[in-house]
Design a protein around this ligand. Structure first.
Ligand code: SAM
Length: 393
């Protein structure tokens, strides 16, 4: 897995994550990193700082909802403050004529320039006179370019009335994940979720290899393909035979990671799971039931409410059915539509898990408000929101 700098640099108690999906990415990090997360701060929409105790570096490599991870090496009061420790660290990795870049998140142009200048000055004072600043478009070096090591990348963001900075130590390898989306042998729908989002949702289920995941509204299998790549056993259900065929074809194409076939995809109704599963239980459910019809414009709030009401019974019936189908201590991850209306409202489905013996998943000390709305990924006018439930013990 692609560590750009030695993983020992993540032996820190403050780590910055550049988020792919806003709060959902923070939830994924809290779930995957477990008890090591003591507290989370959200200095900007794009960056979260986790306060950690013994960060499990092998688990970091499982994250998919982040673009970059960096230890917070410098905390400055102003953009022109001294950044000795960070520059010292950079100097130990940079050679004469190396490239470096400063990726600024939610930082104004003037502050960006000041930070770059004090970094360059510091490097020159340390004798590195020919290092070059790579200035990416939008002041952010994308993680693919970090991965190809075009430059030593430093992330910077507003933090505690000043700025937080740190070197990018790890980025997820999204190339293989992206290929599963772009090279798939089945028709592409432009409202289908991205493999990166699907992987993040699967990670929220908290399962290990060989455990069984169910997507009872599997569509063409975007969620299951990511689960399969993590060596999970996959059960899929869809009410349409053509979707069942597509998911099977997709899984066959990907090869997957389990030694036997490792998947079972059937035609069926998600509201009748116990009949479909004949009483057997699964280790997690991850699913996106209905994304509603494509909208060409924002609807009125009243129209949006009517659309939501129409699909609410499917969600509620299916949730009850899912709750009966999981082992204790297992999670249910459900994506709901969040419609943005022409009146400026957001209308969504409220899922009440208590009714069916579930509670909202709240990992460790960080509280999350559900549904967690996705930042940065949206289908037109219908955004996605995510619920994660676990059984009430
Ligand atoms: C939004 S799509 C799922 C897309 C999937 N996440 C993907 O990315 O490929 C919802 C799917 O649920 C199926 N569906 C609708 N009602 C169902 C029901 N009661 N039981 C099972 N499947 C159902 C539809 O045929 C559709 O393929």
């Amino acid at each position: 897995m692609p560590f750009i700098l030695p993983s020992s640099l993540l032996q820190t108690d403050e780590v910055a994550l550049v988020l792919a999906f806003g709060k959902l990415s923070v939830l994924e990090a809290c779930s995957v990193l477990g008890r090591s997360v003591q507290r989370a701060e959200a200095p900007t929409e794009r960056v979260s700082v986790l306060h950690v105790d013994h960060l499990p570096r092998d688990r970091v490599t499982e994250l998919s909802g982040v673009h970059k991870i960096a230890p917070v090496t410098a905390e400055l009061d102003s953009s022109s403050g001294p950044m000795d420790e960070l520059v010292g660290l950079m100097a130990s990795y940079l050679e004469e004529k190396s490239n470096f870049s400063l990726s600024g998140y939610d930082i104004g142009e003037d502050d960006y320039e000041d930070l770059v200048r004090s970094m360059l000055d510091g490097l020159r004072e340390r004798g590195l006179r020919k290092v070059r600043l790579l200035r990416p478009k939008g002041n952010e070096l994308l993680s693919e370019r970090v991965l190809s090591r075009e430059a030593f990348d430093v992330v910077a963001f507003p933090y505690h009335d000043g700025f937080g900075l740190g070197p990018t130590v790890w980025v997820p390898d999204s190339a293989t994940m992206r290929q599963r989306g772009t090279r798939k042998p089945i028709p592409h729908s432009d409202i289908a979720m991205s493999p990166r989002l699907a992987r993040t949702l699967v990670n929220l289920a908290g399962l290990g290899p060989g455990q069984t995941i169910l997507d009872p509204f599997c569509g063409s299998g975007t969620i299951l393909i990511e689960a399969y790549a993590k060596s999970l056993r996959c059960l899929g259900l869809d009410s349409r035979a053509s979707r069942v065929q597509e998911t099977r074809e997709y899984l066959r194409w990907s090869g997957g990671g389990v030694s036997d076939k490792g998947y079972d995809i059937r035609k069926g109704d998600a509201r009748e799971l116990s009949r479909m599963l004949r009483g057997t239980k699964v280790d997690a459910v991850v699913t996106e039931p209905l994304l509603l019809p494509r909208l060409d414009a924002r609807p009125k709030t009243s129209t949006a409410r009517a659309m939501i009401e129409e699909s609410a019974s499917v969600y509620n019936d299916a949730l009850a059915s899912m709750a009966e189908s999981i082992h204790s201590e297992c999670r249910i991850v459900v994506v709901v539509p969040v419609i943005q209306t022409m009146d400026g409202d957001e209308v969504s489905i409220t899922l009440d898990g208590r009714r069916v013996g579930l509670r909202l998943y709240q990992p460790g000390p960080v509280g999350f408000e559900y549904p967690i709305r996705l930042s940065f990924e949206s289908t037109r006018w219908v955004r996605r929101g995510v619920y994660v439930f676990e059984p009430r013990s």
